[in-house]
Design a binder for this molecule. Sequence first.
Ligand SMILES: Nc1nc2c(ncn2[C@@H]2O[C@H](COP(=O)(O)OP(=O)(O)O)[C@@H](O)[C@H]2O)c(=O)[nH]1
Ligand SMILES: [Mg+2]
Ligand SMILES: [Zn+2]
Length: 301
Amino acid sequence: MIGVDTLKGQIRKALSGFYYVYAEGQTFQTRARGNFRNRKITPLVGDEVMFESDNLTDGYLLEVFPRHNELVRPPVANVDQGVIVMSMVEPNFSFNLLDRFLVTLEDKGIEPIIYLTKIDLLTGTETVSVADVQHVYGTLYPVIAATSVSDEGAVHLLEQYFPERLTVFMGQSGAGKSTLLNKISPELQLATNEISESLGRGKHTTRHVELLPLFDGLVADTPGFSSIDFLEMEATELPKQFPEFVEASHLCKFRECMHRKEPGCEVKALVETGGIAQTRYDNYLQFLSEIENRKPMYRKK
Ligand SMILES: Nc1nc2c(ncn2[C@@H]2O[C@H](COP(=O)(O)OP(=O)(O)O)[C@@H](O)[C@H]2O)c(=O)[nH]1
Ligand SMILES: [Mg+2]
Ligand SMILES: [Zn+2]
């Protein structure tokens, strides 16, 4: 018997209409009452909530606290950091794809960690080396290079980022997400080399997500999105998602500089001298035109 009526906790799992809320060292099975659903808030894993319960199985959600952010795939709220798993080969490393992931995370206030895989498969004839990636991103974000599937050191480096944070994994299909998650938490036993992950989006969105307590933090047990778009972002928001542009922009002549054709642009000056990577700038311009050229569309509810 738990003689408490109203508690604060965090949703760690959502399944079949039940929300499993962690509070005071225990997990409470709860549901959202009708009047709660009417408020059009769908509780998400990761949500901080108030709930009432006098036992472990029949609680009711009362309130969802405001979210810092939310992801659709996997459906998780209040994410602190995202591990972007990028393979060097099979599939080949892409600066463009990595920058898309980074912009998306930055926009949501999620701190990126770059985790490189399949370095053991490099033959030396590829156009992009690990050193190239380190050169572009090493001063901007943590970059962890796993030399092979059995690189324990890389996994330990990554685990140091987990305490006190909610972490999600993302990356292209085949990048090695499931393999890495299994190393971090062997009991997960995620199927690897699964091509279905990138297909049939609709089918897989119903899959439940659970937050696992790992290394004094929480990790979402399902890897996240594998393709990115900028449907919701405004053009003026884009430069804010490139930290090195933000830093340089204080020296741009115009306060609202978009770093394109404006005179006295510090970002362009730094690209000329190598202080900002050409690939970052090229991708920025490409994303900007994608945002500006997108078809007007109605916001999906
Ligand atoms: N050689 C090599 N293979 C890897 C590495 N990481 C993952 N793989 C393999 O790449 C394939 C795809 O990995 P998987 O974890 O399923 O990728 P996911 O689609 O991102 O979940 C599997 O066959 C893995 O064994 C690595 O660092 N080196
Ligand atoms: Mg997988
Ligand atoms: Zn500028």
